[in-house]
Design a protein around this ligand. Structure first.
Ligand SMILES: [Mn+2]
Length: 306
């Protein structure tokens, strides 16, 4: 049994990609099922309930011990539940983490805006029909990761997938995106620490454990109201997780910029020098930055690996 699975702290692209990649493997006669590596965020829950699709089950300890895994939407084992020995293949669009193997395996990474775009491309390459309900799921992955084609990670392939999938799904993509982003931005009643942990990634850069959390939102209100709480939560999470450095970015989806909260003075210095942040006291303002994958992780990787 091959389990298709996305990264820990799953986002929409990683969940729809796991579901659709398992479907692709199955359509080729391989025994496969999708799983998720944690509970879903509000946006992903909205996507699955509005499309009336079944959410993949959470992976179990037993499966982690016994099954093979196809990693989608990640290739960094520090973001995975899978152990190195049980990795069967990788399909991804993130920076390479230096993952080494003892045996040859399927490995496909392309610098496109979403893993969903890659899966749609593979389905076309392999002559697998894209059903209406599946097109909706893949479209959600493209919308989520490219911020409705506004992120600098967006490629012409994402744009083509977006329009073709909208057509097959019979969905107005702008309306769907608006509803998804509203669901994503609804932090009401949520604890600030849970929000920070809601989309947090761990990186191994030059042997250092670096954490970068982001919250994508159409409204800054929640974060402005809780700024003091937010600053201490960022410091506490750094300690609790044992990060060597930790950053938390509030990404304004509408304006396409980021307010970056550093966990300490060293992070503040790095944010100013390396990420070119404008020091606003509580946070660093990152003009035109909306992508951790393309605009935050690469310069940090380069800096810490030096
Ligand atoms: Mn992705």
């Amino acid at each position: 049994m091959i389990i298709a699975i996305g990264h820990e702290v799953p986002d929409t692209d990683s969940v729809v990609s796991a579901k659709m990649f398992a479907f692709l493997l199955k359509s080729e006669g391989k025994e496969s099922r999708p799983a998720v590596a944690g509970s879903l965020n509000g946006e992903t829950e909205f996507v699955f309930s509005s499309l009336k699709e079944e959410v993949p089950l959470e992976v179990t300890e037993k499966e982690i011990e016994e099954c093979e895994f196809f990693l989608v939407d990640h290739n960094d084992l520090s973001q995975s539940v899978a152990k190195k020995e049980s990795v069967y293949g990788v399909l991804d669009h993130h920076l390479l983490s230096g993952f080494k193997t003892d045996k040859p395996l399927f490995f496909r990474v392309e610098p496109v805006g979403s893993t969903a775009t890659l899966i749609y491309k593979m389905m076309k390459e392999r002559g697998v029909e894209v059903e209406k309900k599946h097109a909706g799921l893949l479209l959600a992955g493209v919308i989520s990761d490219t911020l409705n084609l506004n992120s600098p990670t967006t490629t012409s392939e994402d744009i083509d997938s977006y329009y073709q999938l909208s057509e097959i799904a019979g969905i107005d993509p702008n309306n769907f995106a608006e509803e998804m982003f509203e669901a994503k931005s609804d932090f009401s009643g949520k604890n600030i620490k849970d929000v920070i942990r809601g989309d947090m990634k761990e990186f191994d850069f030059g042997g250092k454990k670096i954490g970068v959390g982001v919250a994508e939102t159409t409204s800054l209100k929640y974060f402005q109201e809780k700024e003091e709480e937010l600053k201490s939560a960022v410091e506490n999470i750094k300690k609790e997780e044992g990060f060597d450095a930790f950053f938390f970015g509030v990404v304004n989806i509408i304006e396409q910029n980021t307010l970056l909260y550093p966990a300490g003075e060293e992070e503040r210095r790095v944010a100013v020098e390396i990420l070119k942040g404008e020091d606003k006291g509580s946070f660093l303002f990152l003009e035109g930055v909306s992508s951790r994958k393309k605009q935050i992780a690469p310069p940090l990787s380069e800096y810490y690996n030096k």
